[in-house]
Design a binder for this molecule. Structure first.
Ligand code: PLP
Length: 495
């Protein structure tokens, strides 16, 4: 007869991953976990007193990038020491209240707190009956409600960021247009069909172009619609371009507006774009990755009129909300459109208990999906609706205040109206030539000084500076520091 009892514990037996890993699931993890929490809290508490950013010294770069995989596993404590001494001292800078670059927020502490718990559970949120997918349903609904976007059951999913959300939304648009024309983009491919044309402005984010390329549409069929003086889509031009494409036998299928461009924070005239989309049966996508939540700022709602008429909205919780990177969200008026574009359920994934909505994995390209909902839920719950509105109002107010300071200063020039929390401007210490070169060089020079961090762009054919406000701890005093830092950096460039 077989003995079915488990074998007696044998203290001397080696753990298959190495003796040092033996306690990694028990007391060692508890002790190291407490230490990791202390390191993280210390890092966040000390950020404001350190330079915003500094280049990684050559020796540290080499330590980070050239190291070999150790033969024997290393103890947890040693790894934490390495992270403390070699990783945390070299941040990107976005935790600092004077980081104004690109669109990168500091992490919300509640989001930081729960990251280890998501890793401890380590589910795949492809679908199934466990906490992850259920919590994802709630946070996706919360995000839609905040942005004022319709939310049918199943009308969205979390993604790595807005780039992936855009791929999902545009794939839905492409398949809807193909099916309406009596063919199937997934089955048939695009070859031999009239080119499918999409419309974006020159201020539209590069992720729209990448998505179009990835979906086989071809950059040539992404029409660049001109903008008005406020960098918003010129809708008359859009209408004319659609008419021209139709006359030429092409297949206009999608127009993508922006609710908060990355350059200046402009919000396109969404209602007017929705009208054109309705007239021509176009899918109306809105890139609200950064700016959709700007709708919550006092007095901002009229700028967003028409957002609720879109077919899809990309919105990044890892931007204005401060959910730790990466967390984007694709919201869809008709969830079935994403499912039609992606659902592929092999026999080993059939789940008779999945209910009407099926699995999240049917709505996008990712199969194994991380537990993004936990950090999103924690961040949003910690802030609450009023905290989110307060954050948006505070940061939008800073952008308006900087714009006023720029307009008051003789040596600065405002380049765009402020609609969200981005101020686009440039330094103009003189009226002569060389302003483009100066403003192109300034971001690096300011960053190198370590007291503030901003990035540049080109706007209306000119080199520009842009400051994006997302940090709850940034103050008006920091705006004065920023302008002074730009002046000081400009002097170092002249000498
Ligand atoms: C307006 C806008 N759209 C899209 C994106 C792309 O988002 P992600 O980087 O999350 O993929 C960004 C990123 O900064 C953005 O600012």
């Amino acid at each position: 007869m077989h003995d079915l009892r488990p074998p007696a514990p044998n203290a001397a037996a080696a753990h298959p991953t190495g003796a040092d890993q033996d306690g990694a699931h028990g007391e060692d993890l508890r002790v190291a976990g407490a230490k990791a929490a202390a390191i993280a809290a210390g890092h966040l508490a000390g950020l404001a007193d350190r330079p915003v950013w500094q280049p990684v010294p050559a020796a540290e770069r080499a330590w980070l990038s050239d190291q070999e995989l150790p033969e024997a596993g290393r103890p947890l404590d040693e790894l934490l020491e390495d992270a403390r001494t070699h990783v945390l001292p070299h941040p990107m800078g976005n935790g600092h209240p004077r980081f104004f670059g690109w669109v990168n927020s500091p992490p919300n502490p509640a989001g930081v707190l729960v990251e280890p718990l998501a890793a401890a559970l380590n589910p795949s949120c492809a679908g199934g009956d466990h906490a992850g997918p259920h919590l994802e349903r709630a946070v996706v609904r919360w995000l839609a409600e905040l942005a004022g976007f319709p939310h049918p059951p199943g009308g969205g999913l979390l993604t790595s960021g807005a780039s992936m959300a855009t791929v999902i939304c545009l794939a839905g648009a492409r398949q809807r247009a193909a099916l309406a024309d009596g063919w199937d983009a997934r089955e048939d491919g695009l070859s031999g069909r009239p080119p499918m044309v999409m419309y974006v402005t020159e201020e539209g984010h590069s992720c729209l172009h990448k998505a179009a390329q990835l979906l086989g549409l071809g950059t040539r069929h992404v029409r660049i619609v001109p903008v008005d003086a406020a960098y918003r889509m010129n809708v008359s031009a859009l209408r004319a371009m659609v008419t021209e494409d139709l006359a030429a036998g092409r297949r206009p299928f999608c127009v993508a507006g922006s609710a908060g461009t990355v350059n200046s924070g402009a919000v396109d005239p969404l209602g007017e774009i929705a009208d054109v989309a309705a007239e021509h049966g176009l899918w109306f996508h809105v890139d609200g990755a950064y700016g959709a939540l700007g709708i919550l700022a006092d007095g901002a709602a009229p700028h967003y009129a028409g957002l609720d008429r879109a077919d899809s909205l990309a919105l990044d919780p890892h931007k204005w909300l401060g959910v730790p990177v990466g967390c984007g969200c694709a919201l869809l008026r008709d969830p079935g459109a994403a499912r039609a574009a992606f659902s592929l359920v092999p026999s080993y994934l059939i789940d008779d208990n999945a209910g009407e909505l099926g699995w999240f994995a049917e709505y996008g390209p990712e199969q194994t999906r991380p537990f993004r909902a936990l950090k999103t839920w924690a961040t949003m719950s910690h802030l609450g609706r009023s905290g989110i509105v307060g954050l948006v109002n505070h940061t939008a107010g800073l952008a308006r205040r900087l714009a006023a300071m720029v307009e008051e200063a003789a040596d600065f020039e405002l380049l765009a109206p402020v609609t969200t929390s981005i101020t686009a401007f440039r330094h103009r210490p003189h009226d002569g030539d060389g302003l483009d070169a100066l403003n192109r060089a300034l971001p690096d020079a300011v960053q190198a000084r370590g007291n503030a961090f901003l990035t540049g762009t080109r706007l209306g054919g000119r080199d520009a500076l842009r400051a994006c406000f997302l940090h709850p701890d940034t103050t008006e005093r920091d705006l004065t520091v920023l302008l002074d830092e730009i002046r000081l950096a400009a002097k170092t460039l002249r000498t």
